[in-house]
Design a protein around this ligand. Sequence first.
Ligand code: DSN
Length: 478
Amino acid sequence: MPRNAESTAFRSALEVIRGVEPRVADAIGAELADQRESLKLIASENYASPATLLAMGNWFSDKYAEGTIGRRFYAGCQNVDTVEALAAEHARELFGASHAYVQPHSGIDANLVAFWAILADRVEAPALQRAQARHVNDLTEADWFALRRELGDQRMLGMSLDAGGHLTHGFRPNISGKMFDQRSYGTDPATGLVDYDRVAEAAREFRPLVLVAGYSAYPRKINFRIMREIADSVGATFMVDMAHFAGLVAGKVFTGDFDPVPHAHIVTSTTHKSLRGPRGGLVLCGPELADQVDRGCPMVLGGPLPHVMAAKAVALAEARRPDFAGYARQIVDNAQALAEGLLRRGATLVTGGTDNHLVLIDVTGYGLTGRQAEQALLDSGIVTNRNAVPQDPNGAWYTSGIRIGTPALTTRGLGTAEMDTTAELIHTVLSQTSAGAGPDGAASKAKYVLDPALADKVSRQASELLTGFPLYPDVELG
Ligand code: DSN
């Protein structure tokens, strides 16, 4: 491929867009510039390859393909079949799964597909069976009411939000919290780690239909073999949401007891976090759940996005290359170097470190809330997000934590030495920010005081750190 092929492709695309709505072309260019200049430490973000990005901008976007391969509700899906089959094949091979469903538009959608598949498999429910025999648009109010009555007392046991679990694991703001009667397992207050004996005890007491493992802010590995034993001991279906760490599974950093695929009945994921693909989701399972999973659209999903499935096929093919394992290992090495750099400078980390791609700083040690810390870091060119810590005194809005992750900076090529510099920048900002007061002089959980000159200085240092690691080096927009 000529070195300038990527520049030509993106420049031409922007030129065409500019001819219709120049402000959109400008915003796309500005987004690249912003991403190039900031130290992106959001644990759930990454930089997809140019091939992945380009696979999304084409005619597949125009095609409807409800149903799945061999069972479509629309004609003329032969090319969609090709990319869906390729994406599924790459997913199966990459993760060693017998079945892959690559249509979910997001992780939330992937989980919804999995929940419905489990309910359909496990629950004797005439209304559910009637519903599945029809298109979702044809269900009446009475059908939904009957469904709710049949399914409403099914139970789910998942990790609590403040311990790092995800909203879709049975919490009220998400539909999963309305579909299931949910109970949570937390982490040991002393260590911050999952206590498997406590999970087993909760499972024995609660007898869940579904035991969920997976997280978006837990900085450690989970032993899926033990979790499966717990699920089996109470007859639960064991589901793992590996959205955050799928790249570490793909890159064989998480193997044996820490690889969810051989242990779980069903595994869900996003494709855009550590896996470095397009925004989207997928579901992996064995033959016993495959048919129900494949009913995801139209049961709970809108029409599949064939252009995104094309991009999933490209990204999953990339993740099957030998160099992806080196990338995955470096993500963890970088997270550990970042954790060590922060600890050495006096930061408090939930669980005292990390085994995966993320670090959770308890910023109460700096006298700040998560919201104050997030904004102060943003002012200084460091993009992170606030997150609750276990038993968070500041709740889910203000929080007491800052979650930082290394997948994106690792894609740019930063290594452990740069992680130490990053730790220094983060610590400098947090230690020199103080909590502010509201207009009435009362302590505020949102306002903060940070010398703008210091914020500028750190922003410049962050930019300098990145100059040796250009983002999309072969893309020059001119
Ligand atoms: N929003 C994702 C994250 O940041 O972890 C999870 O849904």
